[in-house]
Every structure is written in structure tokens, then in C-alpha cells.
Design a protein around this ligand. Structure first.
Ligand code: PAF
Length: 277
């Protein structure tokens, strides 16, 4: 495994690579979800580049940034076990942003202001800024992102198409714990008690899906609201049924490909999930 810390060393290494390059960008605290992206990239490309970079511009709260789980040694050993030839890029903030940490301005036609974007000011502008910068440095043939952050995936696809970036963006299915909780680096921060309650998010999505299919979106919404109102651990942030393509709620009908999206606060920790309806 090769560990590179500077943009210059990455660019030099990249110049020497001939075959297809698969790229898995991460913020570390790796779990099986990340490892499934790595496995998919290994199947489809002879060369794998993984980045580990906790991107400050996508956090709207300094406390959330500070508390984001970090464990580089463990991350590197997980990658080494399944991809001993991987190139791992672990830049500092100044390697990515220079002297001023800044966010670029993208026109996402409102896609970045609904759901996660409504709750986390500037989040997707920060995500797009870092992903564009990483794609420019890594120049991958394909880049792999988890569907747990489905809105992020759609926004990255839009950014790549707007910028006419040659990389193909590949979405990969959500990995779940046996009780249904979607795998996420943030799960590491849950207390034992919170962990017991966390599967409510997936339960709500499954029950809403069944009501949406048998009845309609209103019945699904009412049920999710009642489920959250009946307990005190979670505070529901949003539940939306949206078109997969546009992420818009207003045009949802049963002939469209739709997904349920949910976000809720469990103590200090914000969890999100989504499910194909
Ligand atoms: O999904 C993530 O881990 C991050 O948002 C990403 C895509 C690596 C950008 O920092």
C-alpha cells in the first residue's frame, strides 16, 4: 500500500498509471459500507485510489467537525487487508484548500437546499467543492459513492455533468447492520442506549413504504409522524417521499421511481437513511 500526503506526490504517481483507476473518496472512520465501495472498485478497475480527508467545508457546526470520528491507523489497516496495492491519499486541509479554506459556488437548481441542504447550511456546496478538487487531482475513470447519502450522490452526478468531468459516478447500495441500521461513521458516536433505539429510522422507512404501496403518500407521512411522536429518544427532522431523479416531492406519483428519505436527531447525533419505495 502506498500512502501519499501531498497533492504533488499524488499527481506524480497518477501520471505513471496506465490502467483504469477507481476512486473511493472517504472521510475515514471506515466501516463495511466503505469497504463495499472499495470491493466494487477493485472488481472494475486494476488501480484503486482511496482518499481519507475530513472536509471542513461540509460541516455547518464546528462541534460536529471536531467530534467527527477519526482513526487513521485503523482505517489504513482495514484498507491493507482487502486492497494491499491501494494508493491512499491522506492530505492535510492546506493541501486541499491552500491558505484559505473556501467553498465554491455551484448552481444546483435547489437540489442542495432541500432535505439535508435545508438542515445543514452550505453542506452540499462544501461536498461539491472537495469532490471536484479530489476528482481533478485523482483523475479517476470511476468514482464510488454510497447510496446512504443519496442526495449527495445526485448532487455529485449533477456537478460532474455540469463540469463535463470525464469520471463516471457509481452509486452503491446501502450496507446495513443486522437490525437494519444503515452503516455510518457517525454510528460510532452512539451510546449503547442510543444504539438500541437507532433502528427506528429504518423501521419507519419500511412501514412507510408498505403504506405508500398499499395506500398513498399521505398515509405514509401520517404514520411516520405518529411513530416519532410516540417516543422521546429521536426528534424527526424530515420524512420525504421524492423522485429519485429530481428529488422533488411535489411530482411524486406511483409510476415514478421514488424513495423515502428520513433524518432524525438522536441526542447529539443526526442520522439519515433512505429506501427505494
Ligand atoms: O460521503 C462522504 O464521506 C463525504 O461527503 C465525501 C464524499 C468523501 C466528501 O467529503
Amino acid at each position: 500500500m502506498k500512502i501519499l500526503k501531498t497533492a504533488k506526490s499524488l499527481q506524480e504517481t497518477r501520471k505513471g498509471i496506465d490502467g483504469l483507476v477507481g476512486f473511493v473518496p472517504t472521510m475515514g472512520a471506515l466501516h463495511e459500507g466503505h469497504l463495499s465501495l472499495i470491493q466494487k472498485s477493485l472488481k472494475e478497475n486494476p488501480v484503486l485510489i482511496v482518499s481519507i480527508f475530513v472536509n471542513p467545508t461540509q460541516f455547518d457546526s464546528p462541534l460536529d467537525l471536531e467530534k467527527y470520528p477519526r482513526n487513521l491507523t485503523h482505517d489504513l489497516s482495514l484498507i491493507e487487508q482487502i486492497a494491499p496495492d491501494a494508493i491512499v491519499f491522506t492530505p492535510s486541509v492546506s493541501e486541499i484548500y491552500g491558505n484559505t479554506v473556501h467553498t465554491k459556488n455551484y448552481a444546483f437548481e435547489g437540489l442542495d437546499r432541500i432535505m439535508e441542504g435545508a438542515s445543514r447550511e452550505g453542506h452540499f456546496q462544501g461536498v461539491a467543492t472537495v469532490v471536484e478538487q479530489l476528482l481533478d487531482l485523482v483523475k479517476p475513470d470511476k468514482a464510488y459513492f454510497g447510496e446512504k447519502d443519496f442526495q449527495q450522490l445526485q448532487i455529485i452526478k449533477k456537478m460532474v455533468s455540469q463540469k463535463k468531468h470525464p469520471t463516471t459516478i457509481v452509486g452503491c447500495p446501502i450496507k446495513r447492520e443486522p437490525d437494519g441500521l444503515a452503516m455510518s461513521s457517525r454510528n460510532q458516536r452512539l451510546s449503547n442506549e442510543q444504539r438500541l433505539h437507532a433502528p427506528l429510522l429504518y423501521q419507519a422507512l419500511q412501514e412507510a413504504k408498505s403504506l405508500f404501496q398499499k395506500q398513498n403518500a399521505t398515509a405514509a407521512h401520517r404514520h411516520v409522524e405518529a411513530l416519532f411522536a410516540a417516543q422521546t429518544h429521536f426528534t424527526l427532522d424530515y420524512f420525504s417521499i421524492c423522485s429519485e431523479e429530481t428529488l422533488m416531492e411535489s411530482h411524486v406519483d406511483k409510476t415514478e421511481k421514488v424513495r423515502g428519505f428520513i433524518a432524525a436527531q438522536l441526542g447529539e447525533i443526526r442520522l439519515i437513511d433512505n429506501l427505494k419505495f
